[in-house]
Design a protein around this ligand. Structure first.
Ligand code: AQP
Length: 333
């Protein structure tokens, strides 16, 4: 069966960006039923930057609750946390030896996250995309639904697969395709329309979290950055207006419609009013998810059972694949 794999880091509370850019797409893939679907809480990726142990544990369980509340069915999809399936780290090491330093140094996420002081960044942060390639290729996944920011890492995954296949003269790993579609491939910060909305942004008002209540959501949208002009009638009118464009994109994604349709219906409206509509829409879409997350979080033992079962199922696939890889590269078994 062809497989779809994707992951989310338990590096904070799920944002509206993660939800619209990733989670809702995962649910679509699962329900389409054309592929086996595997979704992962990538806890080993999260520790590439410092994480307090109790917070990491909490965030991992909460992320799992987020998957379940958004509609991931652990019977239909395989739901795992990365550290529970040791083959991820094992294949990750092998890919550290396939990937080249120069490739990794060109990753924009590495440049952004390591910042001005790359010397002080963890080695894990540099190697992160090789582990991500292992996450995907361990299941020989052909499609990876992601937000726009992950496109470069998927291309690197293809480079790693191609180099492995070439170096060992095998046709073993598939060429994975990123799937980046819809109005919500890049949700921006509510405080800066040129910056991605991010879990780890120190400015709380820059993002909507799935754990925010109706009040917090309304306040954050009310205070979101915009410009003084009203909504234009067509998408061209959003050019050079990143903050305005972001709010319209969010509306379109939540309403499951196109930006053009949102603008046609709201031409000339002032953003003060549009933001109220947006807040109402966001609350109506997100509050069932956050209520269900809170309910699930009351029983962490059940969440742990879901993850334990998921890792058993994942290892039925990952153990034989890793055995074949070890055989290909010449490890004595
Ligand atoms: N702003 C976004 N718009 C659309 N999609 C997004 N994704 C993340 N932010 C946006 C998508 O969500 C999935 C999981 O992302 P991740 O947890 O692996 O890490 P990230 O991309 O680095 O996301 P964050 O929220 O910004 O986390 P931190 O702050 O820890 O780095 C991916 O498919 C991603 O594209």
């Amino acid at each position: 069966t062809p497989r779809v794999f994707s992951g989310i880091q338990p590096s904070g509370s799920l944002t509206l960006g993660n939800y619209l850019g990733a989670m809702t797409k995962f649910v679509d893939w699962q329900n389409r039923g054309t592929h086996e679907t595997i979704f992962c809480m990538v806890d080993l990726h999260a520790i590439t930057v410092p994480q307090a142990p109790d917070t990491l544990r909490h965030n991992t369980r909460e992320l799992c609750a987020g998957f379940l509340a958004s509609g991931i069915d652990p019977e239909k999809s395989i739901l795992i946390n990365q550290s529970r399936v040791p083959e991820h780290a094992q294949l990750g090491w092998i890919f550290n030896c396939v990937a080249r330093m120069g490739w990794m140094g060109r990753m924009t996420q590495w440049k952004d996250k390591s910042g001005k002081n790359a010397e002080a960044a963890s080695l894990g942060l540099f190697a992160y995309p090789a582990l991500m390639a292992a996450d995907i290729l361990l299941y020989k996944s052909t499609h990876v639904p992601v937000g726009e920011d992950q496109k470069q890492h998927i291309e690197l995954t293809r480079d790693i697969a191609a180099k492995f296949n070439h170096d060992y003269d095998v046709d073993f790993f598939p060429m994975t395709a990123p799937v980046i579609e819809g109005a919500a491939t890049r949700i921006m910060s509510l405080k800066d329309g040129t910056k991605k909305m991010s879990k780890s942004d120190p400015v709380e008002a820059s993002r909507i979290n799935l754990t925010d209540d109706a009040d917090a959501i309304a306040k954050k949208f009310k205070k979101a950055k915009t410009d003084p002009d009203p909504l234009p009638g067509t998408p061209e009118g959003l050019e050079g207006r990143p903050d305005a464009r972001n709010l319209v994109n969010i509306y379109a994604a939540l309403a499951e419609t196109s930006v053009a349709d949102v603008l046609a219906a709201n031409e000339g409206k002032m953003f003060g009013y549009f933001k109220q509509d947006l807040a109402d829409l966001a609350v109506s879409k997100l509050s069932p998810v956050s209520t269900e997350m809170a309910r699930l979080m009351k029983d962490p033992a059940e969440i742990d059972r879901v993850l334990a079962r998921g890792s058993e199922r994942a290892r039925e696939i990952s153990v034989p694949v890793l055995e074949q890889v070890y055989d290909i590269i010449g490890m004595v078994r």
